[in-house]
Write a protein that binds this ligand. Sequence first.
Ligand SMILES: [Zn+2]
Length: 415
Amino acid sequence: MEIGKYSLGIGDRFGHQGKAQLQAILKAAAAGVEVTPVWNKSNREHTYIHSKPEDTRKEADAAVKALSYKGQYFVDADHINLGNVQGFITSSDFFTLDVANKIGTPSTEEAISAFVASCAKYAGHLTIPGIRHPFEVDETLLRKIAGKFLAAIHEAGNIYNFIKEQKGAGNFVTEVSMDEVESPQTPVEMFFILKMIAEQNIPAQTIAPKFTGRFNKGVDYVGEVSQFAREFEEDVLVIDYAVKEFGLPKDLKLSVHSGSDKFSIYPEIAKVLKKYDKGIHLKTAGTTWLEEVIGLALAGGKALELAKSIYKLGLTRQEELCGPYADVIDINQALLPSASEVDSWDSTKFANTLRHIPGHKDYNPSLRQLIHVGYKIAAEKGTEYTELLEQNAEIVGNCVIENLFDRHLKRLFNL
Ligand SMILES: [Zn+2]
């Protein structure tokens, strides 16, 4: 089972926008780019929403059927580990093995020495085709990389084997993710991580490193764009070389997590993909939920009131809502409008404040991030929320399509 060259992770917290999301994919196809949709949902999201992995499968299958979609599609068990993967086995055919919390777990001296010895041929000046400067590799560096990552990739092997035993080799797509950590992995670390992945016999088709800069939820990239561009290009070249050196799946590609709305780096990604004719997987979870709130706001009446109440409740529960996302949000308290101010807004003002149009005078990234993590409040509202989604399906769906196609796919693929 091989995933297409370009794929888009589409999260859908409440499971109502599968069709709209697929319509965005179809618009991209009509514009000339085939993108594989991958419905992703993590264990954490399922827990908050009280949904189950089979709900995501049902949603994906229903959307595909409703639109007579003939292309490939996947259901991603996002950020799973040995402790929770079991629940995803039957419904998923894409597994994101999250080993971030095993990074730095000590390995035995024996394992470290064996790895270092196996890297002897790369010691000295390591030249990666396409990268002008060689990497200096010595025993100290190799020991450091082994000490940091061997245990994590070993764990990835354990998770992969667990899935393989139940689903059978070749019946699912494997991603290895290490993005939810503080410090980015350098291209040279990536090279040796890929060697470890090959030694564990993990047929990874996508790999999600932590890149330089901040990937805050649902807002633009924060960091040095040129530095990201250089690192991204080097990662692509490292993967290309590693695939040949270590016999990894030939279409192994980068996966960009928290990829929603990273508009300022999309053109850089596009340039590199075009230059080397490479694929990409981009995860955009969460952005669809924000479009639901925007759509409800635009619908007015009770729906607008609900959208406002999600924000107002969020204001009073910031610590609880933001806690689990502390590493991936940056809210400026001074820029959060008060409850009474938001009460005075009409549909357009609310939607313009929440919608991510860079440079728009009303756009407020702090409000956007707070609502982004506030999906728990909508979940608590239960059918009050989902019934309004259903009553306003068209206006909400149009927001979802516009967001994924016009703001994401068009920018990412230069359409
Ligand atoms: Zn991630």
